[in-house]
Design a protein around this ligand. Structure first.
Ligand code: NDP
Length: 436
């Protein structure tokens, strides 16, 4: 904490992982050698840079850009870019630390990194977004490449932004290096199913947890937070598997629709009209809009499954107690670290099925790695084949977490299972590669 002052979310992410590792160290004290643990929480490289850009009125703005290249023991750094006014170095460090373990769990050859900027894309014109992305990449390109570091999207960075970033990378480097960035358009190197992968993958993982408990998603009532990329695709997959989603949100409030979210309408509001989620409730007779997060209300009493898919720390201890007393039995993190440590503790004490983000939302980065494979072989796979690979990866991660938890004496504890399994693969590679 003294070395990294003010990086609250980073401390939280490190503590959450290290809390599980005593189980490993009791069995295998050799992991204490060679400062593996210290190296594990010290990024290999942190890049902070100025991003100057000019708005439509001619005013110059200065934002701050970040890329944290955390760990390359398993492959090139891989992880998204987040454009949001709250982004600080500590935010990017927490996200990249989590990414190391998540990428390890996929079994694919990718290290962990993450980046972003405190730029707020809301209300900005197409031209402003493009100029910002071009300026960001004008510095970032030095650190990016298919064998070095491969960014993708995250909050505030979707296909449009990836297009502008990729275009500038191509222009500056004079190389069509398709595998340098993932989340591209499908006509120019992007993988089919990449936009869907995180949300679908979260629901596949949830379905595996339910099945292991002798149930399934069919007939379950589900609350989702967010209405961005992850949330919309999670809603779609829940509905496909026979569940009913009765809530969704954005940063200004949430909607409660007891008859089940009309996904087509929600997409129209959020993706086509780019309006606030309140417009959804205005168009649906039984739906109600409320200010505040989904998890702040007590009227979700018949919800059994909660899928937080918006942002970090959205479920605190009070919200967790409310969910438990309402009868929620399953929580899977579609977002990164949406539950505070206190909330996670409450879920574990009450023996809920709880899936941490590094396991549940790993489907996105897994399909990003498959996009890199397609780019490397100049091939493009069908959506069916990619979905099969995604489903297989989520099954693998579920089995790995469940079996690791059992092996270390905490059966059913997906948090410990994910932290330990993620750690072991990275730690073994670091040890094999020497003290570097
Ligand atoms: P989007 O930008 O597409 O959507 C984010 C959603 O969350 C929006 O509905 C947004 O509301 C809401 N939101 C953002 N910040 C806040 C906040 N402070 N309070 C309340 N609501 C908020 O992002 P994604 O769907 O891509 O990402 C969502 C989460 O999933 C993030 O934690 C991300 O790191 C994680 N994730 C994403 C992956 C991906 O493939 N995209 C991969 C793995 C994890 P509004 O529209 O009002 O801003």
């Amino acid at each position: 904490i003294a070395r990294n002052p003010g990086e609250r979310e980073f401390h939280q992410a490190v503590e959450e992982v290290f809390e599980s590792l005593h189980l490993v160290l009791e069995k295998h004290p050799e992991y204490m050698d060679g400062s593996v643990l210290e190296r594990m929480c010290e990024p290999e490289r942190q890049i902070i840079f100025r991003v100057p850009w000019t708005d439509d009125g001619g005013t110059v703005h200065i934002n701050r850009g970040f890329r944290v290249q955390f760990n390359s023991a398993l492959g090139p750094y891989k992880g998204g870019l987040r454009f949001h006014p709250d982004v600080l170095l500590g935010t990017v460090k927490f996200l990249s630390f989590e990414q190391v373990f998540k990428n390890s769990l996929t079994g694919l050859p990718i290290g962990g990194g993450k980046g972003g900027s405190d730029f707020d894309p809301k209300g900005r014109s197409e031209g402003e977004i493009m100029r910002f992305c071009q300026s960001f990449m004008t510095e970032a390109y030095r650190h990016i490449g298919d064998k070095v570091d491969v960014p993708a999207g995250d909050i505030g960075v979707g296909r449009r932004e990836i297009g502008y970033l990729f275009g500038q990378h191509k222009r500056i480097t004079n190389r069509y290096e398709a595998g340098a960035i993932t989340g591209k358009g499908t006509t120019w190197g992007g993988s089919l199913l990449r936009p869907e992968a995180t949300g679908y993958g979260t629901v596949y993982f949830t379905e595996h947890m339910l099945r292991a408990a002798g149930e399934g998603m069919d007939g379950r009532r589900v609350a989702v937070s967010g209405s961005g990329n992850v949330a919309l695709h999670a809603i779609e997959k829940v509905q496909e598997l026979g569940g009913t989603v009765i809530a969704a949100s954005d940063s200004a409030g949430h909607v409660h629709d007891p008859e089940g979210i009309d996904l087509e309408l929600l997409r129209e509001v959020k993706e086509v009209r780019r309006e606030r989620i309140s417009a959804y409730a205005e168009a649906r007779p039984h739906a109600r809009h409320h200010s505040g997060a989904v998890w702040t209300r007590g009227d979700l009493e018949d919800v059994e499954v909660a899928l937080p898919c918006a942002t970090q720390n959205e479920i605190d201890a009070d919200a967790a107690r409310r969910l438990v007393s309402n009868g929620v039995r399953v929580v899977a993190e579609g977002a990164n670290m949406p539950c505070t440590p206190q909330a996670v503790q409450i879920f574990r004490e009450n023996r809920l099925l709880f899936a941490p983000g590094k396991a549940a939302n790993a489907g996105g980065v897994a399909v990003s790695a498959l996009e890199m494979q397609q780019n490397a072989s100049r091939d493009s796979w069908t959506a069916e084949y990619t979905d099969e690979r995604l489903a297989g990866t989520m099954e693998h991660i579920h089995t790995l977490c469940a079996e690791t938890a059992k092996e270390y004496g905490v059966p059913g504890d997906y948090v410990a299972g994910a932290n330990i399994a993620g750690f072991l693969r990275v730690a073994d590679a670091m040890i094999a590669q020497g003290v570097i």
